[in-house]
Design a protein. Structure first.
Length: 302
C-alpha cells in the first residue's frame, strides 16, 4: 500500500511544473532557519566550534606529519641498493640487461672488479696479490617495499654468486610506513567518533527546543527534508567553522616541517598542505552534516 502511494506521488510530481522562484524562496527560508537555529544555540556555538577546531588541528597535524614521514622513508629507501656479486667469467652487461627486465627495477650499475680493487687498495694497505673481487651490480629498486621481491628474482639467475642489501634498514622503513598509516587511520576514526558525538548532542538540544514547532510542521504535511535541512546545515556549519580555525595552527606545523625538510635536504611532498587542508575541510563538513543526520533519524523519525 505504502509503495503504491509513493509511486503515485512520484508520478504526480513529474507532471508538476517547477517554479524556480518558489524553489529559491524555499532555499532562502531554510537558510534563514539555519541561521536562526545557530543564533538560538548561543554561547554553546563557541564551545562546539572550539572543540571541533582542536580535534581537526590534531587530525591535520598527524596527517601532515604522516606525509612528511612517508617522504623521509621514501627518500631513505631510494638510497637502498642490492649488491649482486657475479660469478667468474660472467658477462656483466648481459646480466645487467637481464636484471633491468625485472619488475620494480629502476636502475642497474656495473662496478667492475678492477675498479673495486683499486678503491680497496687506496683505503687499505694490501699486499700485491691477484684481484680476488668479483664484478658487481648495484640494483636500485623503485620502492623500499619491493626490494625483497627484486632480491628473490635476481637470486634465481645462474650467473649470480652472492647478493646482499641492508635488509634490517629496509624492514624498519617498511615498518615505519605501516605504523604511520595505522596511526593516521586511528586518528581519523577517533576524530569521526568525537565529531559525531558532539554534533549529535548539540542537534539534540536544538530538536528539543523546537519540538513543538517541528510537530506542528509535521501535522501540516511539511516535507521531511524541509525539517531536516536546517539541522544538517547547522552541523556542516560547525565542521566548516572548526576547520577554518584549525588552519592557523596547521600552518605553524607546516612551517616547522618545511624547515625540517630543508635541514635534511629532503624534498617536501608536493601540494602537501593544500591536500591536507582540502581533506580536513571535506571530512569536517561531512562528519558535521553526518552527525546531524544521524541525530535527526534517531530523535525525529522523519
Amino acid at each position: 500500500m505504502n509503495s503504491s502511494k509513493t509511486r503515485i506521488k512520484k508520478q504526480v510530481k513529474k507532471h508538476i511544473p517547477k517554479d524556480w522562484l518558489c524553489e529559491l524562496r524555499i532555499l532562502y527560508r531554510l537558510t534563514k532557519q539555519t541561521v536562526h537555529d545557530i543564533t538560538r544555540t548561543g554561547i554553546v556555538n563557541l564551545v562546539i566550534i572550539t572543540t571541533m577546531a582542536a580535534i581537526l588541528t590534531i587530525f591535520g597535524s598527524f596527517f601532515r606529519s604522516a606525509l612528511s614521514i612517508s617522504a623521509f622513508a621514501h627518500e631513505l629507501g631510494n638510497v637502498l641498493e642490492i649488491s649482486v656479486y657475479l660469478k667468474e667469467n660472467t658477462d656483466a652487461n648481459v646480466v645487467k640487461n637481464r636484471v633491468k627486465e625485472f619488475e620494480h627495477v629502476e636502475n642497474v650499475t656495473i662496478i667492475p672488479k678492477s675498479s673495486s680493487w683499486s678503491n680497496l687498495k687506496r683505503e687499505m694497505d694490501l699486499p700485491d696479490i691477484e684481484n680476488p673481487l668479483p664484478d658487481t651490480l648495484h640494483v636500485k629498486v623503485d620502492k623500499p617495499e619491493n626490494i625483497e621481491q627484486v632480491f628473490k628474482s635476481v637470486r634465481q639467475l645462474q650467473s649470480v654468486e652472492d647478493m646482499s642489501y641492508a635488509q634490517d634498514l629496509a624492514k624498519k622503513i617498511e615498518a615505519l610506513n605501516r605504523i604511520v598509516n595505522t596511526i593516521t587511520v586511528f586518528v581519523v576514526i577517533i576524530m569521526g567518533i568525537l565529531t559525531i558525538t558532539i554534533i549529535n548532542n548539540t542537534i539534540q538540544l536544538v530538536i528539543q527546543s523546537r519540538k513543538e514547532e517541528i510537530e506542528i510542521m509535521r501535522l501540516m504535511g511539511v516535507s521531511n527534508w524541509y525539517i531536516r535541512f536546517p539541522l544538517i546545515m547547522q552541523g556542516a556549519f560547525y565542521g566548516f567553522s572548526g576547520a577554518i580555525i584549525a588552519v592557523l595552527p596547521l600552518n605553524v606545523v607546516q612551517n616547522g616541517l618545511n624547515h625540517m625538510h630543508q635541514f635534511f635536504m629532503v624534498p617536501t611532498p608536493l601540494y602537501a598542505q593544500t591536500f591536507v587542508i582540502t581533506v580536513m575541510f571535506t571530512m569536517a563538513i561531512l562528519f558535521g552534516a553526518g552527525g546531524s543526520f544521524l541525530c535527526i533519524k534517531k530523535h525525529l523519525q522523519v
